[in-house]
Write a new protein. Structure first.
Length: 261
């Protein structure tokens, strides 16, 4: 086992709604923690949250850190906080970081850190080709072709965002719980909205997976991750593999790939 594989590594995935932390050692993932992503955060506040998270995970410091952040104003503050957790410089997913993935994207710098991590972990765990569907503030589809390259993807509003948008834009529509109704045709406003939002998301995912297969000519396995993945998987027509820690493991793989021999 290499020295890098034996080290404790903290990975941080800052999303628009939720920030997830994962602690890894030579055997793999040993603990996870989720925090709400605030609109504003100072470096001291980030360090306070991070030190509390480290305590919850049972460590005071770590040997290495890596940050994946899709909220640009929070990137520097989390990088500063992570620099206090380890004697080594934090790695940040972005230009200059080795990924080992060929990007068939017009501008690879546009690809979010979470999408890069998903692709890396999916290739490592499930091979190629593979399609990742990541449920969060947005619903992201990541398509990995037969050569292992990132062929591109799809970004759509997430199911929770869709529910909030309905309630915000239409004065008479309430904010609903995200659950599948008993019937497609709702007999109340809430049931009708649950059908439109939840079952509508199911139909969209199934339909887009069909469209991806038709366009690529490849029936690739599908990996589902993110918020409510287990519940969504039970509603989909397609067979999918649920992988709750995909993004965190992708960040860990990126950290390992960028260690000097």
């Amino acid at each position: 086992m290499s020295d890098s594989a034996e080290k404790n590594v903290l990975v941080v995935d800052v999303g628009n709604t939720v920030t997830r932390l994962g602690l890894f050692d030579g055997t793999g993932l040993t603990g996870t923690l989720s925090l709400t992503t605030p609109e504003r955060l100072t470096a001291d506040e980030a360090w306070l949250a991070l030190s509390g998270a480290l305590g919850s995970l049972g460590v005071g410091s770590v040997d290495g850190t890596i940050l994946g952040c899709v909220v640009p104003p929070l990137s520097d503050v989390w990088r500063d906080a992570l620099s206090r957790a380890s004697e080594t410089r934090p790695l940040v997913v972005g230009p200059g970081l080795r990924t080992g993935v060929r990007m068939r994207y017009d501008d690879p710098s546009e690809v979010g850190a979470d999408r890069v991590a998903d692709v890396v972990a999916a290739r490592e765990a499930h091979g190629a080709p593979v399609v990742v569907v990541d449920l969060g503030t947005t619903t992201n589809f990541e398509v990995v072709d037969e050569t292992g390259a990132f062929a591109g993807g799809i970004i759509a509003p997430g199911v929770a965002l869709g529910a909030r948008s309905l309630s915000t834009a239409a004065a008479r529509l309430p904010l609903i719980e995200l659950r599948a109704p008993a019937t497609v045709v709702g007999r109340s406003t809430r049931a009708a909205m649950e059908s439109g939002v939840v079952l509508g998301e199911v139909a969209r995912i199934d339909g887009l997976l069909d469209a991806i297969a038709a366009e690529t000519g490849v029936d690739a396995p599908v990996v589902l991750t993110g918020d409510g993945a287990d519940e969504m998987a039970s509603l989909l027509r397609h067979d999918v593999q649920v992988d709750d820690t995909l993004t965190l493991r992708g960040l860990w793989a990126l950290w390992r790939a960028n260690q000097r021999p």
